[in-house]
Design a protein around this ligand. Structure first.
Ligand code: 5GP
Ligand code: ZN
Length: 114
């Protein structure tokens, strides 16, 4: 997985602005933020797309959501609200093929997204 950007971050070869690190995931500031808070929550395990999530990964996916919720709470976003997004493949807007949860908040979100 040496050509995977997020694996390089998991392994410390590239150092993003880290927000949270656990045994199973990392969270860091998006380099091109789309909102005042734009954090990516990334499992340490390389899973290319949501299509590749296995039944053995269900607890891990739950931990991504709980980590995002914790970061949102730390930033006083729990009540005002925030958005969690996981894109799948090119048509879904995915550009980095190692799954990640976007945490977006700090401004009014609109629907539908672009
Ligand atoms: P996707 O489009 O795959 O759902 O999201 C990929 C995200 O990764 C984008 O929001 C993009 O700005 C972010 N990103 C791409 N390259 C880098 C990088 O080198 N560092 C950081 N921190 N974020 C990145
Ligand atoms: Zn990877």
């Amino acid at each position: 997985m040496t050509d995977c950007l997020f694996c390089k971050m998991v392994h410390g070869e590239i150092k993003p602005r880290m927000v949270l690190e656990t045994d199973e995931l990392i969270a860091f500031e998006d380099i091109n933020p789309q909102a005042p808070t734009h954090v990516l929550v990334v499992p340490r395990k390389h899973i290319a797309t949501p299509n590749d999530i296995g039944s053995e990964d269900t607890a891990l996916i739950g931990k991504l959501v709980l980590a995002a919720r914790k970061i949102a709470a730390e930033r006083q976003l729990s009540e005002s609200g925030y958005r969690l997004v996981m894109n799948c493949n090119r048509g879904g807007g995915q550009t980095v093929f190692h799954i990640h949860l976007h945490l977006l908040g700090g401004r009014q979100m609109t629907w539908p997204p672009g």
